[in-house]
Design a protein around this ligand. Structure first.
Ligand SMILES: [Mn+2]
Length: 414
């Protein structure tokens, strides 16, 4: 079937595919730099810590800022849709031996990233890096009972607020700054309250750094557990949600890998939108645990996109990808994951939500189920190919060859 035929089929259920394609092209999705080098960054030599893990040793990982930027460029040339760049603090670029520790990093350490983003018309999101560092003491940062340790990490958070504001001012796009810590205990703690009280105080001290709330959107991300911190994590769902709810201008961030495996974030999106004017998401794919597999076009991914679209919340939900797979070509991982979320958004925008809502409200549930199933058979793939064409992105049969070529000529030579 051609796009013109598909367009007619969708018009039959009241959907204007051209308008949908035009709208989706304008919606930014944040692309995480850390897929390119297995969350290593440029400011330390030690291992990845904090309860997260990359597995695999596929050849060709980026080792320098230049290699990482080249790889990001390759990826963005192969996938449709508007991109925003997502950086972690550990991706600071130190030149001519001018190292600064995380409590002392400054905007100038990110000048090259700003130039990179501006040249490509991208905004930048930011994340303090509260892991993989020798000042992480006994698996603790912002919750540490050691005041010197806690102070170091508070200063890191403040430095990141200053850098986030710099990004927003330079790019003209608000910067979403996300606070996540892996602090916790492997086995049953004897004090669950103390670490949380210290965490609350630490974030409040970070937020005492003056900043423009319209330019920097500070989020707090929850997690149920991590590797090595199985029994307790301070930043649980209840903690972060309540923190955001009780602190003006702070957003809750839900990472769909950070819940018990049978919980679904799709259902949590409208629950939070009932109360919060804006929320943020980390989109990933957990298999049995927070395994950070590459996002695919599966049922829950589609359901999350559907909730954002049918809640009329495309302008209220900051969407960022967060996965890292070191066992396959890292550029392909970006392209597959980013494109899968684009597919989910496109599919959601091609769904006749008003008609479906009406059936629910009129309790015509047999027809509702029948229509849900009918919609799955519409010629979605033809609209997707048209979207790729309009965005100047190749369809899959083309991009995979391109990546194999890049692997042979660039990645395998590293
Ligand atoms: Mn996350």
């Amino acid at each position: 079937m051609s796009y013109q035929d598909a367009k007619k089929r969708y018009a039959g259920i009241g959907i204007d595919t051209d308008a949908v394609i035009g709208k989706l092209r304008e919606i930014p999705v944040s692309l995480h730099c850390w897929q390119g080098d297995d969350v290593t960054g440029f400011d330390h030599d030690g291992p990845l810590t904090g309860g997260i893990q990359t597995t695999g040793n596929y050849p060709g990982k980026a080792r320098t800022p230049e290699e990482l930027m080249d790889d990001i460029d390759k990826a963005i040339s192969l996938m449709p849709g508007k991109k925003k760049l997502n950086l972690h603090a550990c991706y600071a670029i130190f030149e001519n031996g001018g190292f600064a520790d995380r409590d002392k990093i400054e905007p100038r350490h990110f000048e090259k990233w700003v130039k990179f983003a501006k040249e490509r018309g991208m905004g930048i999101d930011f994340n303090p890096t509260f892991f993989s560092h020798d000042k992480v003491k006994d698996n603790l940062t912002l919750t540490s009972p050691d005041e010197e340790t806690r102070k170091f990490w508070i200063e890191h958070g403040k430095a990141c607020i200053r850098i986030s504001e710099y990004f927003a001012k330079e790019t003209g796009v608000p910067c979403v700054m996300n606070i996540w810590i892996g602090d916790g205990y492997k086995d049953i703690p004897s004090d669950r309250l103390g670490p949380r009280l210290r965490y609350k105080d630490s974030i409040e001290q970070i937020l005492s750094e003056p900043y423009d709330k319209s330019l920097v959107k500070v989020c707090v991300e929850s997690k149920v557990f991590g590797v090595g911190v199985e029994a307790y994590t301070a930043g649980s769902s209840e903690f972060t949600l309540t923190f955001a709810a009780t602190h003006e201008g702070i957003l809750p961030l839900m990472d769909n890998g950070h819940y018990h495996p049978t919980e679904v974030v799709s259902d949590k999106i409208p629950a939070l939108l009932t109360f919060f004017p804006e929320i943020a998401l980390h989109i990933t794919r957990g298999i049995r645990w927070d395994s950070d597999h590459v996002v695919v076009f599966d049922d829950e991914t589609r359901e999350m996109a559907k909730e954002i679209v049918r809640c009329n919340a495309l302008g209220k939900v900051y969407m960022a990808l967060d996965f890292f797979d070191a066992s396959i070509n890292r550029i392909a991982a970006w392209v597959i994951g980013f494109s899968s979320w684009q597919k989910a958004l496109l599919s959601a925008m091609l769904t006749p939500h008003e008609t479906l809502k009406k059936l629910q409200d009129e309790n015509r549930l047999t027809e509702l189920l029948a229509m849900h199933e009918e919609i799955k058979m519409l010629p979605f793939g033809d609209v997707w190919e048209e979207y790729c064409r309009v965005c100047g992105a190749p369809v899959q049969s083309k991009w995979i060859e391109d990546i194999k070529e890049y692997e042979k000529n660039v990645l395998l030579k590293r």
